[in-house]
Design a protein around this ligand. Structure first.
Ligand code: ZN
Length: 200
């Protein structure tokens, strides 16, 4: 039964790719190009698959990606994971924003496997997003999984919608932060985090 379920999910995925590809074909036409010329012939399918990949976070669930990698620990010192690469898609223009995410937490009897921070970032980044919401979703997920005394997340990102169009400001970046628990309530804790993040 499970196999049948999987097969039909796969079939659904393929139908979805074909549908998306048809839409891309129209977009290419709508932009004045000929989707049948040689260089563009496979583009609608490739673009559809790329967009599905860039939005695969919608199909993931937090429990699945964590997969039990939460471990008992006595440590109560700040844990900081810096410079996690981040690729997301601006929901206003469907153009990428690219940057780095820094996550800190204050363990409360449990620690999370290191690779899982990157998985959490990816799960929320691979969707249509605005940076502010993405920052909060990552912080809340880490809080939920670790039940930490506090969680802090900073994202620094450059938005292609700003760099390639509109104001065309190539060198501007945006920083967003969310502080939960002790990072919000305790100024020295917050300061320690910001010093560690900024001290390169
Ligand atoms: Zn945008």
């Amino acid at each position: 039964m499970a196999a049948t379920g999987k097969r039909s999910l796969l079939a659904q995925g393929l139908i979805m790719t074909e549908e998306l590809a048809n839409h891309y074909r129209r977009i290419i036409q709508g932009l004045g190009e000929d989707p049948d010329r040689e260089g563009l012939r496979d583009t609608p399918r490739r673009a559809a698959k790329a967009m599905q990949f860039l939005n695969r976070g919608y199909t993931q669930r937090l429990e699945e990606i964590i997969n039990g990698a939460v471990f008992a620990s006595e440590t109560d010192e700040m844990v900081l994971v810096k410079d996690i690469e981040l690729y997301s898609m601006c929901e206003h223009h469907l153009l990428p924003f690219i940057g780095k995410c820094h996550i800190a937490y204050l363990p409360n009897g449990k620690v999370l496997g290191l690779s899982k921070f990157a998985r959490i970032v990816d799960m929320y980044a691979r969707r249509m997003q605005i940076q502010e919401n993405l920052t909060r979703q990552i912080a809340e997920a880490v809080q939920q999984v670790t039940e930490a005394r506090g969680v802090a997340v900073v994202i620094e990102a450059r938005h292609l919608c700003m760099m390639m169009r509109g104001v065309e400001k190539q060198n501007s970046s945006m920083t967003s932060s969310v502080m939960l628990g002790a990072f919000r309530e305790n100024q020295p804790t917050r300061q320690e985090f910001l010093t560690l993040v900024n001290g390169r």
